[in-house]
Ligand binder design. Structure first.
Ligand SMILES: [Fe+2]
Length: 221
């Protein structure tokens, strides 16, 4: 007698559904060169005059989180752009996003050779954002100078608890990774949920890197 199950496998019609997305806005400032230069000038001035903070950064300089007070018109324009992106990513069941009081805190990061940011989240906020101003060394061919900005799968380590080599296949048919790096350059902005853990890998270039980070929150007026 033959085994029916192995000679005639059960046919199944399957639908691959992905749920619970992590929305991330990967943006580029258009015609932003003069704005970027104004921001850089403010950052260099503040760095020369004021102290800094120690947060997720290892090495480098982290300004106070009040760049809106010392960043001039350029910081104000940047904050408006970031809040507009956050509004487009947000839905409130009972009201329009415009009914909320959108608040933003901004600070600057200057990262020298060997600097990095440990993985962390930004509790107490809806959205977090980063704008890269100066990438430091120019990349030549395949040279790897580190410093990649990455985000962690917020579901980690659920699947890997069984086997660290396992990757779930996404709706795009590709294995989903536990960490994803972003290709960033001068003028690129990433806006992501503030609960999403992220970090910056050790940077090994010679010139300092400069970026601006933002926390965005919405409170009922
Ligand atoms: Fe961060």
């Amino acid at each position: 007698m033959t085994d029916q199950a192995s000679t005639n496998p059960l046919r199944v019609e399957a639908q691959h559904v992905g749920l619970f997305e992590t929305p991330i806005a990967y943006c580029r400032l258009k015609d932003g060169e003069s704005l970027i230069q104004e921001l850089e000038t403010s950052i260099h001035k503040n760095r020369a005059e004021a102290g800094g903070l120690q947060r997720s950064n290892i090495g480098g300089w982290h300004s106070d989180t009040d760049m809106m007070a010392w960043g001039g018109e350029a910081a104000k324009r940047l904050s408006e752009a970031a809040i507009n992106i956050a509004k487009r990513l947000s839905h409130f069941q009972e009201a329009s996003p415009d009914v909320y009081d959108w608040q933003l805190r901004m600070w600057a990061n200057v990262t020298p050779r060997g600097g990095l940011n440990q993985p962390h989240a930004h509790p107490g906020n809806l959205w977090a954002a980063v704008l890269y101003l100066d990438m430091g060394d120019e990349l030549e061919s395949d040279e790897d100078i580190g410093g990649a900005f990455y985000v962690e799968d917020p579901r980690f380590p659920m699947a890997a608890m069984h086997n660290t080599a396992v990757r779930m296949i996404g709706v795009d048919g590709k294995p989903q990774q536990y960490e994803v790096e972003f290709k960033l350059e001068r003028g690129k902005i990433v806006v992501f949920p503030a609960w999403l853990r992220h970090g910056v890998r050790p940077y090994s270039g010679k010139r300092e890197r400069i970026s601006i980070a933002m926390n965005i929150d919405a409170r009922r007026k």
